[in-house]
Design a protein around this ligand. Structure first.
Ligand SMILES: [Zn+2]
Ligand SMILES: [Zn+2]
Length: 257
């Protein structure tokens, strides 16, 4: 099996002790690539260091997370802009809107999101969107900037069938992780209405651990449970789910500019 983890924070402190084993366990399942979304200025060094340790296996994105949009967001954005000009990144991410944790900086979050969308278009790379309690605003901002070239992932998708349809109309993909194994979330039922061609796999490790390990640290080898759950929801084989989602990820991130 060949699996791509399109969204994982393996550079965080949680993995410092055993990162080599974590990657080895994932490889045994078939996870061969890990895309690393940035958070803010405090995470860049660790993120780039991990990429250096595992070249062509761990692949960096660059961006400012909406939860890190505070008073100093212009400075933070300047750093993102500098890095994007310095070298190639797989995507601008993670970026977006988060109204769940804090509503203080919503206008600034929108400004940061739009500016980073512009940069993605400028460098012709995808965006990876973090959306929490803000789905309609995220969809609206993508729609306004969709010139036919904007592409990317609504990461950690947990929305409705209607929202999934809007995302597909925008030609975007949905990232599915541990939440699909949570019964109360109802995501498996929504997935029945979304074709595999619109899905990619992600862990968001160390967060959002799937059942049966919910509550513990998440790691990419647990994608096994996510793939199984999607296969069940789609009435497909696990091989088919792995194959199609990996090729979706490959087409998105490795598209020739
Ligand atoms: Zn996120
Ligand atoms: Zn994340």
């Amino acid at each position: 099996m060949h699996i791509v983890d399109t969204h994982t924070h393996l550079y965080l402190e949680d993995f410092k002790e055993d990162i080599a084993q974590v990657i080895e366990r994932a490889k045994q399942l078939g996870v061969q690539k890990f895309y690393l979304p940035n958070i803010d200025s405090s995470s860049i060094d660790d993120l780039l260091h991990l990429e250096q340790q595992f070249p062509n296996v761990c692949i960096a994105m660059m961006g400012l997370h909406p939860c890190s949009v505070k008073e100093n967001f212009k400075q933070e954005l300047q750093l993102v802009e500098q890095w994007l000009g310095k070298r190639t990144f797989a995507a601008v991410g993670e970026i977006g809107l988060d109204y769940y944790w804090d509503k203080t900086f919503i206008p600034q979050q929108k400004e940061a999101f739009e500016l980073q969308i512009e940069w993605a278009l400028q460098y012709d790379i995808p965006i990876v969107i973090h959306s929490r309690d803000s789905m309609q605003d995220c969809i609206e901002l993508v729609k306004q900037n969709q010139n036919g070239k904007l592409r990317g992932i609504f990461h950690c998708f947990g929305g409705s069938i209607e929202e999934a349809k809007q995302i597909m109309d925008l030609n975007f993909l949905m990232g599915i992780g541990g939440v699909v194994t949570y019964k109360k979330a109802g995501l498996a039922e929504v997935l029945a209405h979304i074709p595999l061609s619109s899905l990619v796999l992600e862990t968001d490790a160390p967060y959002l651990t799937p059942v049966p390990f919910r509550g513990k640290r998440n790691e990419p080898s647990y994608l096994k449970y996510v793939v199984e759950k999607i296969a069940e929801a789609k009435n497909a084989s696990v091989e088919e789910v792995a194959k199609i989602t990996s090729s979706n990820a490959q087409n998105l991130f490795e598209k020739e500019a």
